[in-house]
Design a protein around this ligand. Sequence first.
Ligand code: C2E
Ligand code: CA
Ligand code: CA
Ligand code: CA
Length: 275
Amino acid sequence: ARGSPTPAILCFAPEREAALRRTLELEAELRIAIAEGQFQLHWQPQRRLSDGELLGFEALLRWNHPTRGMVPPDAFIPLAEKTGLIVPLGAWVIRTATAETAGWPGALKAGVNLSAIQLRAEGLVETVAAALAASGLPAHRLELEVTESMLVEDGPQAARVIGGLQALGVSVALDDFGTGWSSLAYLRRFAFDELKIDRQFLRDLEADPRVEAVVGAILGMGRGLGMRVVAEGVETREQADRLLALGCERGQGWLLGRPMPAEQARALIAAEAAP
Ligand code: C2E
Ligand code: CA
Ligand code: CA
Ligand code: CA
């Protein structure tokens, strides 16, 4: 009858309420976590595929939750973005990443992921400049990773910020390349220093000759545009060999090293530098 609740609402409402409650809980916990410093960076090696030489590391954010244990970024970054908390959290990542890597030897690069929200917020270039100055990390050793989804929504603003970052001497990588809709348009508009081929291509590299052709074309494009190209998600020796045969010189993935805390990364660097 009119005015009485429909079965659909009866089933759906409590579920939605529970989901909303969980979200609010997580948001409150996220604020506490930022205030109390429950976050940590894990560093994953990037290596030359021909001889395994270390080229740098990418910082991957971890939430060391007091009861839930290590929470992966996919479980909290979307909420941090929705609430705007990604701005202070992202600034923490930039400060911590530069501080942790400033003492690393040689030309080792430190990769840091950026969120679209950070790119859109005021003050990113200043935050990066301040972190470089405070840590003493030379600008050319910092590489900021952006995804094309960030460039879609706010083209002119994104272009200004990326230009501002590159003017500091920092390099900028296009992450998850090949997963979006308009990658090629962005390659024309922005002068990225590096392309990171998304790991979905690696998964099918051996099984599908068409994938091999696509990866080969990406490598050719990278060369033509003067960009470094890195393959993400290299898990097997066979994948590494196939990439090398295609002319891909750099990789990141479990075969080459898992993400690890900064002290462990430092020990790895020292061990590999020893004769
Ligand atoms: P991403 O930037 O594409 O990072 C690579 C992800 O692939 C990482 O997952 C890494 O642990 C995983 N991975 C690395 N090698 C392999 C492999 O061989 N096989 C497989 N299956 N996976 C591999 P993680 O750490 O869970 O991070 C997920 C995403 O969260 C990142 O994807 C990035 O988009 C985001 N993220 C991580 N840290 C930050 C951060 O500090 N700020 C922002 N805004 N986003 C971050
Ligand atoms: Ca990345
Ligand atoms: Ca990626
Ligand atoms: Ca990703």
